[in-house]
Every structure is written in structure tokens, then in C-alpha cells.
Design a protein around this ligand. Sequence first.
Ligand code: NAD
Length: 260
Amino acid sequence: MIELPAGRPLEGQKVLVIGIANEHSIAFGCARAFRRLGADLAITYLNEKAKPYVEPLARELEAGILAPCDVSVPGQLEAVFDTVRQTWGRLDVALHSIAFAPKADLQGRLVDSSAEGFAVAMDVSCHSFIRMARLAEPLMADGGTLLAMSYLGAVRVVPNYNLMGPVKAALESSVRYLAHELGPRQIRVHAVSPGPLKTRAASGIKDFDHLLAEAAEKAPVGELVDIDDVGVTTAYLATPYARRLTGTTVYVDGGLSIMA
Ligand code: NAD
């Protein structure tokens, strides 16, 4: 028989959440769900400008660790993992909920994207997840879960998603390869693919309101998802209830992705 937790399924688990910018962030919905299931949290903020928005949320979440992390600044991601190691000595779950592309590249055609813009988008939105996995591995001696946020634009052409489509495709493929490589260490790896949500990152996408309206109309459940919907599914993937799931992209989109 599978042993299931008697109380809250993530009681005492150590969870690192990267990607909270404000209370609308998908990462905040996830952090809230992890906390409700009993986890202890480490939260990061991008820089000093972002800190005043994130700090009150970290307090609300009773986060034991609050640290700066801009993955494009050499050494910052490593410093976060150092703090986790010194404070907790281990890590059970790490969530990557960040993406970035320079505006001109994000809003132009893929065909016109610059090598520099593409490389920055790939580094911040994809390779930083691989770096997270590398840093998490030695802290996950008893296994763990690595989670990254993707989007339908990885597998279908979503007008205006532009170069983020191929970047998210690389992220989803990385999830599969990491799941293969880390599976023997009982480290499970997933991408979560939410339906469109009004966040700061989404505001950089042209005609996003149109995408939202279309999603609400087309999704079988007839309404948009919110950050708590994404949060509870993401947190579930880290529980023993999902212990034989790895390498997949889990859609939290009210069924939108099945529609033609
Ligand atoms: P958000 O703006 O709240 O979060 C994006 C986060 O990325 C911010 O916290 C920002 O600080 C962080 N970030 C950007 N550059 C960074 C860097 N160099 N180092 C560290 N952090 C950096 O928006 P969101 O919608 O919550 O985005 C979170 C994730 O969800 C992204 O991967 C996004 O692509 C994905 N996603 C969003 C939607 C949507 O409709 N909003 C849908 C599917 C997937």
C-alpha cells in the first residue's frame, strides 16, 4: 500500500519559490497553496525595486527565507541555494515561475528576432531552470520536485506570443530531459501550463485582453483560471499523491488546450 500523509500533505516540506513580483503573480498563488498544504517557504524578489512589493507577501506566507534573485546576475541564484542549504540543509521543492524577453523581440515577429534578444529570453526563461535543477540536486538527497511554468504557445501557434513560443518549447523539452536524468534520484520534474492570466508579465504581450476574452469563451469550463487554481494543481504535483508522475506538462486551463 502507498503510504499517504495523515495530515497536510506537504507538512514541513522546504519549498523555494522564484517568481513573485506582486499579488497577481502565478508564483504567489502557488506559494499560497504550498503554505496551505503545510510547506515552509523561501521566497525571492528580483531586485531592490521589487522588494517592497514582495516583502509583505513573504510575511503573509510566513516565509523563513527572503532573498534577492535576478537569474541574469552571476552568482545570485547560487547565493539563494547557499542560503537554503545553510538555513534548512535540504530542499524538497523548487518552483521556477519567471520569464523575460526584451520588448522589441517579444512584440516583433519571430522571424525578425535578434540573436541577443533570443539568447536573453532563453537564458532567463529556460536555462535558469536547468541551473536551478543543478543547484537543487545535491539538496534533494531524499528526492524532490522541480516545477516550471510554461504556456500553450510552446506547442501551438498563439498569435502575438512570438519568440516566447520556441523558448517555452525548449523549457518543456528540458523538463522531459531533466525528468529522465534526475528520475533515478527520485527527483520529479514538471511543467505546468496555465491558461492566460492577467499578470505583469502578460501585459507585455500584444492584444492580451483579446486572448483572455477568447480563452473564457472557448474553454469548456466557460471561465478563466485564477492563480489559486494554478497554485493548487502545482502544489499537488509535489505531494505523494503525484509520486509516479514526472516529465509531463500539466494544463491548468479549464480545457482550453483541447479545443481547435
Ligand atoms: P509575473 O510578472 O507576476 O511574474 C514574472 C516573474 O518573472 C516576476 O516575478 C519577475 O521578477 C520574474 N523575472 C523576470 N526576469 C527575471 C530575472 N532575470 N531573474 C529572476 N526573475 C525574473 O507574471 P506571471 O504571469 O505570474 O509569470 C510567471 C510565469 O508564468 C512565467 O514563466 C510566464 O511565462 C508563465 N505563464 C504566464 C501566463 C499568463 O497568462 N500570465 C500563462 C502561462 C504561463
